[in-house]
Ligand binder design. Sequence first.
Ligand SMILES: Cc1cc2nc3c(=O)[nH]c(=O)nc-3n(C[C@H](O)[C@H](O)[C@H](O)COP(=O)(O)OP(=O)(O)OC[C@H]3O[C@@H](n4cnc5c(N)ncnc54)[C@H](O)[C@@H]3O)c2cc1C
Length: 81
Amino acid sequence: MEKRYDLVIVGTGTAAMTAAMRVRAAGWSVAVIDFRPFGGTCALRGCDPKKMLVSGAEVIDFASACARTASLESCTLIGRH
Ligand SMILES: Cc1cc2nc3c(=O)[nH]c(=O)nc-3n(C[C@H](O)[C@H](O)[C@H](O)COP(=O)(O)OP(=O)(O)OC[C@H]3O[C@@H](n4cnc5c(N)ncnc54)[C@H](O)[C@@H]3O)c2cc1C
């Protein structure tokens, strides 16, 4: 069965989804295709996984520093950046 769209977007990352939502809002019909799972690099392999790994490393680093110094000030996690 043949289907026609005003626009076919390759990818489901940030760029593709921004374009898809804008043209959809303008009334276009849009098809989105990807050969990988939906979400693109940032959500699945880039920004978000990286932030989880960095956060985990920061907690381990903090706990190590806390164990070394054992001072109450260095063990205050709230408000750290
Ligand atoms: C480790 C890492 C950490 C990052 N951290 C940050 C960060 O903290 N902050 C930040 O702003 N940016 C970060 N980035 C950059 C960010 O991920 C990219 O700038 C962003 O994902 C680019 O979006 P995009 O839509 O252009 O491409 P992508 O998100 O890569 O999307 C492209 C999509 O197209 C699909 N595709 C490609 N070719 C085909 C094809 N032939 N057929 C079908 N589908 C296809 C791919 O499967 C993919 O899903 C990071 C990148 C990496 C790798």
